[in-house]
Each structure stands twice: as C-alpha cells, then as structure tokens.
Design a protein around this ligand. Structure first.
Ligand SMILES: O=C(O)[C@H](O)[C@@H](O)[C@H](O)[C@H](O)COP(=O)(O)O
Length: 237
C-alpha cells in the first residue's frame, strides 16, 4: 500500500517521498520556508519538533537551511523526564543534530524540569511553555502503537490531554517503553499549529495510519486526534 491509496479527510495532504533521505530533505525545505514566512509576517517563528530516532536526518538537513535562526523559538512536542545528559533526552537530540552551526542561534524552550516527581515537573513545564502557542510549524512523529508526542494509547491523563478545552499545556504521561516517565504537550497546544506536519516511515506505520482513519476512539490510536485539516503527512516506504 502507498499513502496515495489512503482516503484522507479534506485538508489532509499526502506527501510521498522515495526514501528517508529525500523525505528528510523535502521536510527540511518545507519547514525552513514556513519559518521564513512566519518571520516575515510576525517577526518570529515557533518550531515544535518530536524526538525519537527517525527525525535525526531531518534535523541535520534543517540545520543546513538558510533561516534567520535568531528569530526562531524551538521546543518539543514531548520529552522524556530525564536530564539532558541521559541517552533518552529529546532536548539533547535536538541540540546535537539541529541546533548547531547557524541554527545554534535559535532559542530553545525546554520541557524538562528538575522536580521532586513527574507531576511537579509537568506543572513547572506547563508554566515554562506559556509563550509557545500558537505554534508556527509542528513536526509530529508516530509510534507503531499510534502514539504521537507522548500521547500513548490508554495512558493515564490521555483523555484529559486530548480534550480540545484542556486547560493544561503540559501533562505527565507514562509510556510503555523506557524511559516511561514523559512530559507531553496537550492537544490544544499541538492543535494551535499553523502548519502541522506528520512525518512517518515504513509500511507498518502506514497500516496504523490507515487504521486510524477508520472510525474509532482516539484512546486506542491517539494520532486520530490530529488527522484533520490542515495536515501534511510526509511518508516514505
Ligand atoms: O519522544 C519520542 O519518542 C517522540 O516524540 C515520539 O512521539 C516519536 O515521534 C515516535 O515515538 C516515533 O518515533 P520514531 O520516529 O523514531 O519512530
């Protein structure tokens, strides 16, 4: 199956790419163009990205793009509740692969907070990201279980986090995989994005996307809450 075979909702655009390298390059050009346009319109741009393994080539391609990085605020859709020197830190991933060279001039807004427990860290992060929305460019990934950001199926707080009127910007979340303790932006913040992009690779994730396009509960496949207009889905096999 290819993404062009999926029946996508109106305003959800399929963007197929030949391979991971071409996807990363095309996404970097798309994001850089949107950041430049936001800066021309509003004097600054906010970019929120996801962690994981697959964004690294995209981060490195974006770091090469000609963007007025000093006018860009970068943050994360989610973070593992680990310090920056931990292997699972999304902040470390972004600082290592994106915020280098000219892109090092961008401002970074951390989700990670030192606190006595995950809930306290989420409350501190909630206050720390007050300036984040509306997001100009959001880049989401998706797990093989249909999670996005750290919105994991059947996780405590998931229903609250997916509410369009959720008053929290950041909630604590438990992932089925280590590091389990997570901090995630909630649906209202993520849905504020002027340009939401979903980047996924492989047939397994396309099958999950196909399932998420069928009627059902977002609690089973949280990505469901984001498959609406406007959205570009960038995919390669
Ligand atoms: O912290 C994280 O891991 C990400 O924010 C997470 O939501 C990621 O986007 C998916 O797990 C997909 O990860 P891959 O793209 O590496 O498969």
């Amino acid at each position: 199956m290819a993404i062009s075979e999926l029946k996508l909702p109106s305003g959800v655009q399929a963007c197929p790419h030949d391979d991971a390298e071409q996807l990363a390059q095309a996404l970097a050009v798309r994001v850089a163009d949107a950041l430049r346009q936001a800066i021309v319109s509003r004097g600054q741009a906010t970019l929120v990205v996801s962690g994981g393994r697959s964004p690294v080539p995209f981060f490195e391609a974006l770091a090469q793009q000609d963007v007025p990085w000093a006018q860009v605020l970068v943050s994360l859709a989610d973070e593992r509740w680990v310090p920056i020197n931990h292997a699972g830190s999304n902040e470390a991933l972004v600082r290592r692969h994106l915020l280098r060279g000219p892109a090092a001039e961008a401002r970074f807004l951390s989700l990670y907070q030192v606190a006595g427990n995950l809930e306290q860290a989420a409350e501190l992060a909630d206050a720390a990201v007050a300036e984040l929305a509306p997001i100009d460019v959001l880049v989401l990934g998706m797990g093989d279980d249909g999670h996005t950001a750290s919105l994991f199926p059947h996780s405590p707080n998931l229903q609250q986090a997916l509410q369009p009127d959720c008053v929290r910007r950041v909630l604590p979340m438990l992932a089925p995989s280590e590091p389990a303790q997570r901090l995630t932006l909630t649906q209202p913040v993520l849905a504020s994005a002027r340009l939401p992009l979903l980047a996924i690779q492989g047939q397994a994730k396309l099958n999950i996307l196909s399932a998420a396009l069928q009627p059902g509960e977002a609690s089973e496949l949280p990505i469901r809450a984001f498959l609406n207009s406007p959205l570009e889905i960038h995919w390669c096999s």
